[in-house]
Structures are given as structure tokens and as C-alpha cells.
Design a protein around this ligand. Structure first.
Ligand code: NAP
Length: 295
């Protein structure tokens, strides 16, 4: 049976380190590190995320600035708000919750965020910094996956890594991070031929597909370390109930893998913890301090 990779416990430890360093930052800077979160519209999942981000930001000893705008907010108004947050010295990190309503151009909004406050790491400047190996901000979910992998495996150098999915927020940055760790990286996607054969190469498999339980145990190399990014809500056996599953068939994969993240309790809790970490790093950089090495 595969070992469980406990993302919940790791995220708790990271949040604890962030809290300690946030207190030290506040003492040195004379103010708290600040995260601004902008939510446009009433998407229920986004409302839950934003509420959790606000709560955890405050619990970590940082300032949370929430901006809730109606769904019909014109793009120009959102861009003007981003401009004000860019100029506000109390705001170290800016996160605009995605998805945005259809009349707003997401790329234009991401481009308007100052790269130095782009704690989500979605700005092209930060994507470029990651690609060329400069310090910037890395998207929270793949960075959280990398932390779990390094905690489990130590040095990743020379390992075969298969990333399934090539989105800008998970798959592509995940592949860049693994490449920077000197893995031999394969990126699979919906046009990949014989996915099972490709996955079998992986000492590390990261699944970020959005398809419930798609990756089967028999696809895996025995002993592989499996990181399941997927969060899919499916019908449960009890009528009217739903449950969360990942992109990996957990029962089948557990019989073959060396270690695996559960869903829930694996990658999910890492995302906000890394967001807090990125915000505190931004706060240090924004006032010319070196970010703490413990983060
Ligand atoms: P996405 O933008 O929809 O990208 C999905 C990727 O999977 C695409 O690159 C797509 O390929 C590929 N794909 C789709 N069907 C495939 C198939 N049959 N075989 C191989 N590849 C296939 O999704 P995402 O935003 O990256 O998210 C992926 C999953 O992670 C979702 O379940 C999401 O809910 C979850 N997620 C979790 C967190 C967290 O905090 N834990 C954060 C973000 C996302 P093409 O490019 O060819 O279309």
C-alpha cells in the first residue's frame, strides 16, 4: 500500500512558519503584510475560496483587504481598482479571483497587476521569470505540489516526471518547476497518444486534468510518487449526496504507487498556505528586505 502524503499537515506547518515570520515582519516594518483579494460576481465556489483566504490571512497575522464587486462591474472599473491596489503601500499581494464574468478579459486584468504584487504568479512577467530561472512568483498550487514532492523524495534530480495537463495555472508551471529540479519532464495533454504508456515512465506523476479518477493504478510505475491535483465533485452512492475525488483512481493507484496525495487533504490545503507564503515574500521584497529562508 502506498504511503499517504499528508498535504493538510504540511500546509499547517507552512502556515505556522508564515505566522512566525509575519510577526517578525510586522515588528520590523511597523505594519502587517497585506493581501488584497478581489471577487467579481457571486460564483459560490469562488465565494468559499475568498472567505477562506481572508480568514487564513488574518489567522497568519497579516492584513486582509477584500473587495467584492457586482457581476456587472465594467472591466474599466476593475482595472481602476487594480491600479489603486498597485499603488497602495499597505497592499503587498493582489489576487483577482478567477473565473471572471464573461464580459471581462481575464488576461487584461492579470496584465494590469504589478508583477511585484502578483502573488498568484499568473502575470506573464512571472511566468517568464519562472521559465528563465529568475526569482519571481510561482503559481501557488504547483509550488505546493513541488514542496510535497521535495518533502517526500528529497533531491528530485534525474527522476522521470510526467505532468498530465498543460494549463497556465497548474500543468505548465509544474513542468517548469520539475525541470528546474533537474527532472526529465514529460508534459501530457488531451492529444497525447497512449497516455498509459507515457504515465508508466514516471517516477513522479502529477495529474492536473479535471477528469474524475482518470489515471488508473495499472498505468503507474510501481513505487511512483503520485500527486493528484484534481478536485472533482461526483455523485456519491447515497442518493442526492456528492463526494470529492481526484484525477487519479485512488484505490487502484494506492496498490501500485509508493506514495500518493489523497483528495481531499492532499494538494488542496497547500494552495492557500503557499499564497500566504508568497504574500509574505512580496512584503519583504516590497520594502527591500530579504525574504526569510525558512519559507
Ligand atoms: P484545465 O485548465 O481544464 O486543464 C486541464 C488539462 O488537462 C488540459 O491541459 C487538458 O489538455 C488536459 N486534459 C484534458 N483531458 C485530458 C485527457 N483525457 N487526457 C490527457 N489530458 C487531458 O484545468 P486546471 O485548471 O489545470 O485544473 C486541473 C485540475 O486541478 C482540476 O480538477 C481542478 O479542479 C484542479 N485544481 C486544483 C487546485 C487545488 O487547489 N488543489 C487548483 C487548481 C486546479 P488540453 O490542453 O489538450 O486541452
Amino acid at each position: 500500500m502506498a504511503d499517504l502524503i499528508d498535504g493538510k499537515a504540511f500546509a499547517e506547518g507552512l502556515r505556522q512558519r508564515v505566522s512566525e515570520q509575519a510577526a517578525a515582519f510586522a515588528a520590523e516594518a511597523g505594519r502587517k503584510a497585506g493581501l488584497a483579494v478581489v471577487l467579481v460576481g457571486e460564483d459560490p465556489a469562488s465565494q468559499v475560496y475568498v472567505r477562506n483566504k481572508g480568514k487564513q490571512t488574518i489567522a497568519a497575522g497579516m492584513a486582509s483587504f477584500e473587495h467584492r464587486l457586482p457581476a456587472e462591474t465594467p472591466e474599466a472599473e476593475l482595472l481602476a481598482l487594480v491600479g489603486r491596489l498597485n499603488a497602495d503601500p499597505a497592499v503587498d499581494g493582489i489576487l483577482v479571483q478567477l473565473p471572471l464574468p464573461a464580459h471581462i478579459d481575464e488576461q487584461a486584468v492579470i496584465a494590469a497587476i504589478s508583477p511585484d504584487k502578483d502573488v498568484d504568479g499568473f502575470h506573464v512577467v512571472n511566468a517568464g521569470r519562472l521559465a528563465v530561472g529568475q526569482a519571481g512568483f510561482v503559481p501557488c498550487t504547483p509550488l505546493g505540489c513541488l514542496m510535497l514532492l521535495k518533502d517526500r523524495l528529497g533531491d528530485l534530480s534525474g527522476l522521470e516526471a510526467v505532468v498530465i495537463g498543460r494549463s497556465n495555472i497548474v500543468g505548465k508551471p509544474m513542468a517548469q518547476l520539475l525541470l528546474a529540479e533537474s527532472c526529465t519532464v514529460t508534459i501530457a495533454h488531451s492529444r497525447t497518444r497512449d497516455l498509459a504508456q507515457v504515465v508508466r515512465r514516471g517516477d513522479i506523476v502529477v495529474a492536473a486534468v479535471g477528469r474524475p479518477e482518470m489515471v488508473k493504478g495499472e498505468w503507474l510505475k510501481p513505487g511512483a510518487t503520485v500527486i493528484d491535483v484534481g478536485i472533482n465533485r461526483i455523485a456519491a452512492q447515497t442518493e442526492g449526496k456528492t463526494r470529492l475525488v481526484g484525477d487519479v483512481d485512488f484505490a487502484g493507484a494506492s496498490a501500485v504507487a509508493g506514495a500518493i496525495t489523497p483528495v481531499p487533504g492532499g494538494v488542496g490545503p497547500m494552495t492557500i498556505a503557499v499564497l500566504l507564503r508568497n504574500t509574505l515574500i512580496a512584503a519583504h521584497r516590497n520594502i527591500g528586505l530579504a525574504p526569510p529562508s525558512s519559507l
